[in-house]
Write a protein that binds this ligand. Sequence first.
Ligand SMILES: C[S@@+](CC[C@H](N)C(=O)[O-])C[C@H]1O[C@@H](n2cnc3c(N)ncnc32)[C@H](O)[C@@H]1O
Length: 206
Amino acid sequence: MSETRQEHWDNVFTTKAEEAVSWFQATPETSLRLIHACHLATDAFILDVGAGASHLPDALLGEGFTKIAVLDVSAAALERTRTRLGNRGRAVRFIVADIAAWQPEFPVDLWHDRAALHFLTEPRDREAYADAMRRAVKPGGFVLISGFAPSGPERCSGLPVLRADQDAIATLLGADFTLLDAFEEDHRTPSGEQQRFVFTRFQRRR
Ligand SMILES: C[S@@+](CC[C@H](N)C(=O)[O-])C[C@H]1O[C@@H](n2cnc3c(N)ncnc32)[C@H](O)[C@@H]1O
């Protein structure tokens, strides 16, 4: 039987050191810059989809945000974050779920995704992702999605990815979401490779 998504990612997060994974960032600077551009109140609800063991919640807590949720298919990934945050983690909601099958349980002001959507290569899964996003994001809320650009790598963590530009992401989200920012940027992996990413920021119409 082939490995499930959860098995793949739990295996990654239990066997690889934090800084050994290609997507590692000590500080997610570009995501933070895009979040700052949204001018959210500190009680805004921020959901990080496919959060892995990212340091984004650490940074958001440090900025005074009080309503943060991290969602990932890998319980092992989220456990790393929970351990790292210690007592500060009490303010964070941890959700173990496959985003292609998740039913949102609360409205969010900001949906953030760095390098998770691009693993959904099947149209059915991408549609399910977009449906979950549309159910979760409030009118006037923001969506930040980044992933491998059309000239980026074809695989990540040994899995095929669907590389996409801003137009493809905008089409997936639908006409209710206005594109506010889009640009490409290279991510330098811990082993020194360059990976071309596209970053997008959308706002839902009110
Ligand atoms: C490349 S890592 C990026 C992690 C994090 N966003 C970051 O920037 O460090 C991709 C993450 O997406 C998660 N993931 C992959 N497919 C998923 C799915 N269908 N539902 C939820 N999470 C998923 C993986 O477990 C992994 O943590």
